[in-house]
Write a protein that binds this ligand. Structure first.
Ligand code: DX5
Ligand code: ZN
Length: 217
């Protein structure tokens, strides 16, 4: 199976979000990555549910929602009502992760667990079979346009090996500093979904960049 690409709206033009979503609709992108921050779990605030609901009205691709917030379990209904396909919660932000994952599934969404750069993949041993995806952060979350942390590559390989050994279908998504160069290494290491914000929206032809990210082998 070839990898997916999920452009991150964090680097889109918020004054004309509709145009950027339509660009994604007409591109080879698979999902739309939406970053929600609370200024507590991460040192920044992005956008919340009213914007997400508007995004959903125009988006023709599944919404991959990345919650960088404390106590994400409080917002499962709102994330569902805003039209999310995948709800990603941070391992570091949810004390009762097993219950949270079950509640996300009960709400009818796919469930992803996200790891900060310092959190080892081996901590997922007792939850991996319950989640649809692991989102590995390859920067410290909170901002777009940061430098890729090279160590993330070995986390991808290590996690891929664990998933294969357990005979699971869990997807691996990587987020932060992904561009054509780091994206190629990530695909080689076993990443299934590449999130890219700055690498897509800072280029003069974002749809062409999405095509190039999709073409990486
Ligand atoms: C960062 C967000 C990312 C961000 C990635 O905390 O989770 O999704 O948009 O941006 P780039 O691709 O520019 O590193
Ligand atoms: Zn993200």
């Amino acid at each position: 199976m070839s990898h997916k690409v999920a452009p991150s709206l964090l680097s889109a033009n918020f004054l004309n979000l509709q145009a950027d979503i339509e660009m994604i609709n007409n591109s080879e992108a698979d999902w739309i990555h939406c970053d929600i921050m609370d200024g507590v779990f991460v040192p920044n605030i992005s956008f919340g549910f009213p914007i997400l609901e508007k995004v959903k009205e125009v988006a023709k691709k599944p919404l991959d929602v990345h919650l960088m917030i404390v106590q994400p379990e409080k917002f499962i209904e709102q994330v569902k009502n805003a039209g999310a396909y995948m709800m990603n919660v941070h391992y570091e932000a949810s004390t009762h992760l097993h219950r949270t994952i079950a509640a996300i599934h009960e709400a009818g969404m796919k469930a992803g667990v996200t790891l900060n750069p310092h959190t080892p993949v081996t901590l997922l041993n007792d939850i991996l079979h319950d989640v649809d995806m692991v989102l590995l952060m390859s920067v410290n979350p909170g901002f777009g346009g940061q430098k890729f942390i090279e160590h993330s590559l070995s986390k991808v390989s290590q996690l891929k090996e664990i998933i294969l050994k357990k005979n699971l279908n869990t997807l691996i998504e990587v987020d932060g500093g992904v561009n054509l160069e780091t994206g190629k290494k990530l695909v080689e290491a076993g990443a299934d979904i590449l999130v890219a914000g700055n690498a897509v929206f800072s280029t003069s032809n974002p749809a062409e960049t999405i095509h190039k990210l999709k073409s990486l082998t």
